[in-house]
Design a protein around this ligand. Structure first.
Ligand code: HEM
Ligand code: CA
Ligand code: CA
Length: 304
């Protein structure tokens, strides 16, 4: 990989590491399948700030976790649970950053998505600052801004669209898209890129002046299944976040959406699965700390 990570890093130091993460994710998933989306997003938010080093897991005031874009993150308890088991099995060996990368993979697999081998050997970072959360893309930003934030991490347009395909699972608060429904244009009407039938549906889910914290599926048709439905919805003007719908408005990102949402029956799911695996391995290798860099945390929410 050129990142210093390699497959099966724990095969002799803690042979059960990957199995323990898997069974932990599975037991939480069986209790609440929406935790899969939480874990996948948690890994993304980790990798975009200080690399995939568990910095997002550190709790406390002025840490990344306390920054605005991270307030809705969930799934921390799954990581803590796996870490506690691994500390009793192989103390001081398995990093929180690796646990998170493995858990994200398992979460996608359990949601009927693809699976892949996660290169491991990440070390945990010692820095976590809320101010650095500005690296994260915002749903209100232009495609140009998103492209630039992904490019800064070595990810191109194909990676960007493929990875945003993670929105095939999970939910958002009304407050992240409510403005599109009532007050988008200077004349005070809705975002014209929303399909008419979908607009009525979203307005019913998020009434004007309603509860901004109400949760709505990002992929209206299949919020727990990892499939290409999200891309079909973007193509049909049924993207929930403005940033998702904008993928259709830019020629380069549109062609990637079309690649997944088009009409070549059967092959589409395979193509998305294949590209998602590749893009995830790329994302989960961002600025990885290896060797004697960083540390192996004892508790994932605390620097040693
Ligand atoms: C342009 C890039 C992106 C933007 C602007 C964006 C924005 C958002 C927003 C605003 C939410 C809703 C959060 C909430 O209400 O709590 C969300 C949810 C989510 N995002 Fe993204 N995202 C982006 C890329 C990604 C990527 C690359 C991944 C993973 C590979 C990802 C995975 C998720 C998942 C799984 C959820 C659902 C979380 C849950 O149900 O708790 N997103 N995203
Ligand atoms: Ca990080
Ligand atoms: Ca879906």
């Amino acid at each position: 990989q050129g990142s210093g990570l390699h497959n099966g890093f724990y095969s002799s130091s803690c042979p059960k590491a990957e199995a323990v993460v898997r069974s932990t994710v599975e037991s939480h998933f069986n209790n609440d399948s929406t935790v899969a989306a939480g874990l996948l997003r948690l890994h993304f938010h980790d990798c975009f700030v200080q690399g995939c080093d568990g910095s997002v897991l550190i709790s406390g005031s002025s840490t990344e976790r306390s920054a605005l874009p991270n307030l809705g993150l969930r799934g921390f308890e799954v990581i803590d649970d796996a870490k506690a088991q691994l500390e009793s099995l192989c103390p001081g060996v398995v990093s929180c950053a690796d646990i998170l990368a493995l858990a994200a993979r398992d979460a996608v697999d359990l949601s009927d998505g693809p699976s892949w081998t996660v290169p491991t050997g990440r070390r945990d970072g010692r820095v976590s600052l809320s101010s650095q959360a500005s690296n994260l893309p915002s749903p209100f930003e232009s495609i140009a801004a998103q492209r630039q934030k992904f490019a800064a991490k070595g990810l191109d347009d194909n990676d960007l669209v493929t990875l945003v395909g993670a929105h095939t699972i999970g939910q958002t608060d009304c407050l992240f898209f409510q403005y599109r429904l009532y007050n988008f244009t200077v004349t005070g009407s809705a975002d014209p890129t929303i399909s008419q039938s979908f607009l009525a549906q979203l307005q019913a889910l998020c009434p004007r002046n309603g509860d901004g914290s109400k949760r709505v599926a990002l992929d209206i048709d299949s919020q727990t299944k990892f499939d290409v439905s999200f891309f079909k919805n973007v193509q049909d003007g049924k993207g929930v976040l403005e940033s998702d719908q904008r993928l259709w408005g830019d020629a380069a990102t549109r062609s990637v959406v079309e690649k997944y949402a088009g009409n070549i029956r059967g092959l589409l799911g395979l193509r998305f699965d294949y590209e998602f695996r590749k893009a995830m391995i790329k994302m989960s290798s961002i600025e990885a700390k290896t060797g004697s860099d960083g540390e192996i945390r004892k508790i994932c929410s605390k620097i040693n």
